[in-house]
Design a protein around this ligand. Structure first.
Ligand code: ZN
Length: 114
């Protein structure tokens, strides 16, 4: 399971880097919106910035959730339950774990209950 551990560590690093870049984008969008004399109702640019801000905010939420999923997978690795499907208990395929190291369910359960 040392492969899984290094995969999860790599995935976590990538995800945190993505989070850092998203947070940077978010800050610059917020800064841009503070610069404009925002009259959202009539200013198309203000509306765009508000839209971008909500889009990036949603992405940041997803990426944070993914970090939590990776941490949960690392905890399962420590507990010895990593790689077992949380729904049916069967092993999650190696290919699936390679693609999605933080996966909680096997491909069969994932396609039945996305
Ligand atoms: Zn399953």
């Amino acid at each position: 399971m040392s492969d899984a551990r290094s995969r999860l560590a790599a995935e976590r690093e990538q995800t945190l880097a993505r989070l850092a870049s998203l947070t940077g984008d978010f800050d610059s969008v917020v800064a841009a919106s503070l610069d404009t004399n925002a009259d959202d109702e009539h200013d198309p640019e203000g509306t765009t910035i508000a839209f971008e801000r909500s889009q990036i905010g949603a992405l940041i939420g997803q990426v944070r959730h993914h970090v939590a999923e990776i941490d949960a997978a690392v905890a399962r690795l420590g507990a010895g339950t990593y790689g077992a499907c949380e729904r049916c208990g069967l092993p999650i395929g190696e290919a699936r774990l390679e693609a999605l190291p933080a996966a909680r369910t096997c491909i069969g359960c994932a396609s039945l209950h996305p």
